[in-house]
Design a binder for this molecule. Sequence first.
Ligand SMILES: NC(=O)c1ccc[n+]([C@@H]2O[C@H](COP(=O)([O-])OP(=O)(O)OC[C@H]3O[C@@H](n4cnc5c(N)ncnc54)[C@H](O)[C@@H]3O)[C@@H](O)[C@H]2O)c1
Ligand SMILES: [Zn+2]
Length: 382
Amino acid sequence: MTSQFLLPTKIVTGAGAVSQVAQEAKLFGAGKALIVTDPGLNGTGIPAMVADKLKAGGLAVDIFSEVEADPSIATASKAAEKARSFKADVLVAVGGGSSMDAAKSAALLVASGGYLKDYAGVGKVAKPTLPVIAIPTTAGTGSEVTIFAVMSDPDNNEKFTISSPFIAPRVAILDGELTVKLPPMITACTGMDALTHAVEAYGSSIAQPATDAYAIHAIKMIHANLPVAVHRGDNLAARGNMIQASLLAGIAFNNAFLGLAHAIASPLGGHFHVSHGMANAVMLPYVMEFNLPAAMEKYANIAKALDLGSAGEPARSLAEKAVAAVAQLARDINIPLRLRDIGAKEEVLPLVARDALKSIQLRFNPRLASEQDILALLKKAY
Ligand SMILES: NC(=O)c1ccc[n+]([C@@H]2O[C@H](COP(=O)([O-])OP(=O)(O)OC[C@H]3O[C@@H](n4cnc5c(N)ncnc54)[C@H](O)[C@@H]3O)[C@@H](O)[C@H]2O)c1
Ligand SMILES: [Zn+2]
């Protein structure tokens, strides 16, 4: 089997990195930038600060601040319309996965036109989009470097993914300072999303040495830094490490893809409007327990990377320690333990299992999961 490793995005990192946004935009010959963000973040002044930096560099700037959580097809169309009427040369996404995915989708619509859902699936985008500069403010989805945009179709209670190298942002600018005001529960859930990316990419059936390297390092960094970022949000070192770790996890899953936790998180979001991070955070320990027999060596390596266990300890015992460490991390940062605590309804779980089975991510899960397996897992987590 052959592997490929894609990293189409230029990465600019470090304290104050956001100051380089105008310089990066001008490399595309841009004179007009449209910032794409959400209303909550807009209230923090972060998008206005980015706008000031773009203006100081000589660019004209407008702001689209209507992105909702799990952005819809309609929101992407509205953002694209604004980009067209403003004649934007570049979109600057400022926010979490929702703003970044909305910007990626809008940039696609501006360049290629049509109806967004027609691009759902793999490789349906035929040409480059308007350039996107992504500035993540959660740590996080990794969307700043991925070839995916996850969008919602509210009419069908469904999320869908557009997957194409053309929609990866051209530049990602990472500055942990932008995440300092992220509230503790969003920090916890988005951090667990990043951990789920790393664990699922590491255990993936198409993992390769390059993805393993990014994934295992991300797991170590998240384990060491997420509790600090949650409980002492103004700790800049922890914030900086988390945004780097989420980037590494993003690079890993961009190439090794994901697994059962993400297959389940998507319909949990669709049916119960649970956030993506929260859905993964609750499911990850249960999914790891399910996967353990098929991912024993990989999970044992996770335990070793976290300095758990002792020399000569059998792989199964080490792997169990890795699962327990993830469950303990979730408890330490106040993630609810059960699906019932996050608004799931027991009678809808069969529909969640049915929808999870359709996910392409199941192909990369280390252990084969049937609809019955998934339903049993959901009931256990309920
Ligand atoms: N494209 C990908 O590769 C990919 C990967 C994983 C998840 N996703 C998608 O990303 C979306 C979730 O993104 P998310 O978890 O980053 O959350 P989000 O973008 O929905 O943001 C969550 C909340 O955090 C607030 N917020 C963001 N940054 C803040 C800051 N610095 N200070 C204060 N508040 C802040 C926002 O206002 C919002 O209310 C989902 O739709 C999910 O499916 C995409
Ligand atoms: Zn995710």
